[in-house]
Design a binder for this molecule. Structure first.
Ligand code: CAA
Length: 258
């Protein structure tokens, strides 16, 4: 983690903040930055002292998409062999909550990366879009699926087929983001929420995140079954005993993550 070229990683107690840091290229997501990002997320996902992530860019851009310069001359077979989206599947498997703090452009792969997060805090300057159509392609890192689930079919169609960007306010109305805050506070607010989540019992957080994500690719019947198993599993945790006992004793629970 010491020789990162494209990321700035900082830790504040149980919250790790990962900042995409290719400002000259509007944080375009080339293979190198994505490799670093996935490696760092996986490493910190294993670190018991970290309980939540904040993923951010800079004030001007969260990320302006996949690196167009890296793709412009590629053939279909080269794209297939690069298998770059395999890295994105690894982000999907991160167990701890990821909160995206978005200011400026979140376009193409940038918007898709935001949608890999579990919670999205936007600055009032944030702009979300899937402009791939303007380059003669289409979203490739989940945009057609995740945007449609987030904002519904008609707005997803409009954004993906015209390339129109939406404002933070529009994203809020459409259900894409959790909150819109003034640009001075978007990172602070994401970190505040990350700390709030990090203060909860970690096994319950992990199993609840897993169950919510499961709802995207299963039937209600199977999803309920999955939820129930995770619910029962929590009765094997010390934190569950402590949480309920603390409630009855009228005191604050002390979580052990066990
Ligand atoms: N890839 C590579 N370089 C990029 C980039 C990208 N996605 N986005 C911006 N840059 C580079 C620019 O080429 C420019 O570099 P130079 O200084 O060397 O010329 C630098 O970042 C600054 O960008 P601009 O001068 O364009 O800045 P601007 O303020 O005028 O415009 C912008 C900002 C609207 C974000 C504009 O840069 C833009 O439209 N970027 C491309 C957005 C896009 O099409 N994204 C989709 C990519 S495809 C994809 O993501 C596929 C997928 O599903 C995974």
């Amino acid at each position: 983690m010491n020789d990162l070229k494209n990321l700035i990683v900082s830790r504040d107690d149980a919250v790790a903040t990962i900042q995409l840091n290719r400002p000259k290229a509007m944080n375009a997501l080339n293979i190198e930055i994505m490799t670093e990002l996935v490696d760092v997320l996986e490493e910190l996902d294993q670190d018991v002292d970290i309980r939540a992530f904040v993923l951010t860019g800079n004030e001007r851009a969260f990320a302006a998409g996949a690196d167009i310069k890296e793709m412009a001359d590629a053939t279909a077979v080269e794209m297939l062999m690069r298998d770059q989206f395999a890295r994105w599947d690894r982000i999907r498997k991160i167990k701890k909550p990821i909160i995206a703090a978005v200011s400026g452009f979140a376009l193409g792969g940038g918007c898709e990366l935001v949608m890999h997060a579990d919670i999205i805090i936007a600055s009032e300057t944030a702009k979300f879009g899937q402009p791939e159509i303007l380059l003669g392609v289409m979203p490739g890192a989940g945009g057609t699926q995740r945007l449609t689930r987030a904002v519904g079919k008609t707005l997803a169609m409009e954004m993906i087929l015209t390339g129109r960007q939406i404002t933070a306010e529009e994203a809020l109305r459409a259900g894409l983001v959790n909150k819109v805050v003034p640009v001075e506070f978007y990172l602070e607010e994401a970190q505040r929420m990350a700390r709030e989540i990090a203060a909860q019992p970690p096994i319950a957080v992990r199993l609840a995140k897993e169950a919510i994500l499961r709802s995207f690719d299963t039937t209600i019947e199977m999803g309920l079954e999955f939820e129930r198993k995770n619910f029962y599993l929590l009765f094997a945790s010390e934190d569950m005993r402590e949480g309920m006992k603390a409630f009855i004793d009228k005191r604050k629970a002390e979580w052990k993550g066990k």
